[in-house]
Design a protein around this ligand. Structure first.
Ligand code: 8YV
Length: 305
């Protein structure tokens, strides 16, 4: 039976399906004899498949990523050795964009804080304080790929003024391009991070950008924890130099800095951007289809190169 190495947690249903015609082993159980035969690595969006791991697997032919982001995969090393990499684009775009909007509304309107207010009996003492208006506010989108554009489309429903920062001008009819992240932040009430992870985007949102966002500004991250300098974000929240944050991703998951917890103006979720039943099933199917295509010698469905 072909041997597949699983590098992170992926849905058990996917592992069960694969196990019908393959042996699936976990990274912790990887022994030198298996290293020689493994030709497929199954990874998730957060997995690290670095040069060291790739070098241990001389027969590796395919890295199948259960996720759209593949920033943990050393693409250069894979490519040099002729290893294919597939991901699961498009099918999770809507869910991630939905979550970005949900976090924005939650932080701005203090939905979690308002629920906690009721739960601890606060309503009997007086009204919950007013929060921040989203409709008509200025939205800055960082990264204008599939997810960034889906966020823009949704934000139009809230009559937001939409601006974006990206590597190049997408000539959008509905959103204005800002080549400078600092000036985008200066002109935003809400900044939503949708850029892919990786070396190029590491700490794109730094102290200067957060300062430019200002004391009422809200930052939302549904991309990768690495895109924000988390220490700078914690400091900005601590010193109230930004207005709030909605975070689905973190620098060192599953660790979330204590300083971001139990605050009225910070909403945190455990990397659930693509986590709906329908989308996770579609992602699992696409991973299976890519693996079957590779095993039957057919063209891969969603190769990244
Ligand atoms: C994860 C993601 O892959 O698509 C991505 O890039 O980060 C997520 O969809 C998913 O949480 C599985 O770990």
């Amino acid at each position: 039976m072909p041997l597949i190495l699983r590098v992170n947690k992926v849905p058990q249903t996917l592992v069960d399906q694969l196990a019908l015609s393959n042996s699936v082993i976990e990274l912790v159980d990887l022994q030198p004899p298996d290293e020689q035969t493994i030709d497929i690595v199954l990874a998730s969006g957060e997995s690290i498949v670095d040069d060291e791991l790739i070098s241990r697997l001389p027969n590796l032919k395919l890295i199948a990523v259960f996720g759209v982001g593949y920033d943990g995969v050393d693409i250069h090393a894979a490519r040099q050795r002729g290893i294919f990499v597939t991901n699961t684009p498009d099918i999770l775009t809507a869910d991630v964009a939905d979550l970005a909007i949900a976090l924005m509304l939650n932080v701005a309107r203090r939905i979690n804080a308002a629920q906690q207010y009721i739960e601890r009996g606060g309503w009997h003492e007086g009204s919950f304080p007013p929060a921040f208006k989203v409709s008509g506010a200025r939205l800055g989108i960082v990264g204008f790929g599939r997810i960034g554009r889906a966020v823009a489309q949704r934000a139009q429903g809230f009559a937001m003024k939409i601006n974006y920062y990206a590597r190049s001008d997408h000539q959008s009819q509905d959103a204005t391009y800002y080549p400078s992240l600092v000036s985008l932040a200066e002109n935003s009430d809400v900044l939503i991070i949708c850029a892919s992870g990786g070396k190029e985007s590491r700490h794109l949102i730094n102290r200067e950008v957060l300062a430019a966002l200002g004391a009422e500004g809200i930052v939302i991250n549904v991309a990768r924890g690495s895109v924000i300098d988390e220490a700078a974000l914690v400091e900005a929240i601590d010193t109230e130099s930004i207005g709030g944050a909605g975070l689905d991703v973190f620098a060192d998951e599953p660790n979330v800095p204590q300083a971001l917890l139990n605050r009225d103006n910070v909403v945190v979720t455990p990397h659930i951007g693509s986590a709906t039943h329908a989308t996770r099933a579609a992602m699992a199917k696409l991973v299976l289809d890519n693996i079957s295509a590779y095993q039957s010698g057919s063209p891969l469905l969603t190769p990244i190169y």
